[in-house]
Unconditional design. Structure first.
Length: 455
């Protein structure tokens, strides 16, 4: 396909040619005609796909078609999470708009505000801004957006992660309702979807990239949490009504039972799925989960392998997976069939090594998040002491006196030890590097090892 067929203004085509672009990228071919036709748009694409030109070229075409009457006014506002991105967009727009009489300015923190105030007051046609500084300046009555035609939210997922939503809301309040809103994000999470409902009208969606890979449709978040606060954090997160179909992973079946019991005690309908449960109990658990009779299903890795349930809103890695492949399997339970979902991983200080290996394995860093309103300093039960004594994870699993947590390749259902008792196991094994067999006994904790055991 050539740029000629996309309906771009001739001066913009000339600039594109001068930039050396011979043909549009997939997101450009898909998005440009929709934007020129006046649609709101959700663009799911990563950086490097040509998404900046995908929204800039049609916007410039529309601006060129309707020169501003009278005095200059801001007609385009692009919101971006970082000043680097804002500068990059600015640079691109200047290239594509070089044959048009349009003015462009950037607004972001960390630099003097006077040139930015002047640009806003002068009615610069295209403003590229980071939400924080823009809100600050607009709050002091700089800038007039009453003639605004286009709002672009670029890297919207990152803006949400960085906590810009309240600022964005304040800014959008100042914009005309009748406008075209374009939203770009690397992923289509539940939060992004609700953002589009809030800010867009009947948007068209354009999706570019490796959709089939569950990791692309699943928003992956890491919550760092001390071990003893994991139960409280799970309860805290479950207050969110969007968490309506939640699959929780526990490494151990007894851990799974304990999680389920503690949720049930708080009135959250929960089922469990692990190898100590009879076939009938497992089928029942799945049926109740699918029908919505229970909101949470707590499962072990092996038991969850066969789960084929659509509509799981969240996967919670309550216990961090021992193997990166398990992680991919786990989070693949959500975001199925083109739907989106969230994968939440609880990461304790002891899990950091595994987290780093996982990030290498999946080839990307995971976003760290803090739970809003959660008391991270709440005193833990006496078991805090045992967590301090916990030896490094790589030593675990090599000791017979303290078997490794579920090596997920091992069959479940071997020797079980019931609830862990005290907190002394870590003392027994320190430095013990005898190679243990990977057998069924390894799927159960030695006494006192699990965080719930001493709870
Ligand atoms: P972006 O995804 O917007 O960050 O763009 C990535 C890079 O691709 C930028 O350096 C653009 O200049 C370049 N680019 C965008 N569209 C095209 C195109 N159609 N042909 C060649 N390069 C392009």
């Amino acid at each position: 396909m050539s740029f000629q067929v996309l309906g771009l203004d001739s001066k913009i085509l000339q600039a594109v040619q001068e930039a050396g672009y011979t043909e549009p990228t997939p997101i450009q071919s898909a998005a440009i005609p929709l934007i020129i036709a006046g649609h709101d748009l959700i663009g799911i694409a990563q950086t490097g796909t040509g998404k900046t030109a995908a929204f800039t070229l049609p916007i410039l075409t529309r601006l060129a078609a309707q020169p501003a009457a009278g005095r200059r006014a801001t007609r385009v506002l692009v919101l971006a999470p970082t000043r680097e991105l804002a500068l990059q967009i600015d640079e691109n727009i200047r290239i594509y708009a070089r044959h048009l009489p349009l003015t462009v300015a950037t607004v972001f923190g960390g630099v003097g505000e006077h040139p930015q105030i002047n640009a806003l007051r002068a009615g610069t046609e295209i403003i590229i801004a980071c939400p924080g500084r823009l809100l600050d300046l607009v709050g002091r009555r700089n800038g007039d957006f009453s003639a605004l035609q286009f709002l672009v939210l670029d890297e919207a997922d990152r803006m949400l992660d960085m906590g810009f939503l309240p600022s964005i809301r304040q800014i959008v309040k100042q914009l005309p309702q009748k406008r075209q809103t374009l939203l770009f994000s690397a992923t289509l999470s539940k939060e992004i979807e609700s953002l589009t409902h809030e800010f867009q009208r009947a948007p068209k969606t354009v999706q570019i990239g490796r959709r089939a890979n569950p990791a692309e449709t699943v928003t992956q978040l890491v919550y760092e949490v001390p071990k003893h606060l994991k139960p409280a954090l799970l309860l805290h997160l479950l207050r969110e009504p969007q968490m309506n179909m939640v699959l929780v992973f526990s490494r151990m079946k007894h851990g799974a039972d304990r999680i389920a019991r503690s949720l049930e005690q708080k009135g959250i309908r929960t089922a469990t799925l692990h190898s100590n449960r009879s076939q009938n109990q497992r089928l029942r658990a799945l049926k109740d989960f699918k029908s919505g009779a229970v909101r949470v299903l707590v499962a072990t890795d092996i038991a969850a392998r066969g789960i084929d349930v659509d509509g799981i809103s969240h996967v919670v890695n309550y216990d961090f997976p021992m193997h990166s492949e398990d992680y991919v399997h786990r989070i693949g339970r959500t975001g199925r069939a083109q739907a989106v979902g969230d994968a939440i991983s609880f990461v304790t200080p002891e899990d950091h090594g595994e987290l780093r290996s996982l990030e290498r394995f999946i080839g990307r860093g995971l976003v760290r998040k803090r739970a809003e309103g959660f008391d991270y300093h709440a005193a833990g039960p006496a078991q805090t002491e045992s967590s301090r004594e916990e030896r490094p994870r790589q030593q675990r699993g090599q000791s017979q006196s303290r078997p490794a947590p579920a090596r997920s390749r091992a069959p479940q259902g071997g020797r079980t030890q019931g609830r862990g008792g005290g907190g002394g196991a870590s003392r027994l094994v320190s430095g013990n590097r005898e190679g243990g067999n990977v057998n069924s006994s390894r799927v159960v904790p030695s006494s006192g090892r699990r965080p719930f055991g001493s709870r």
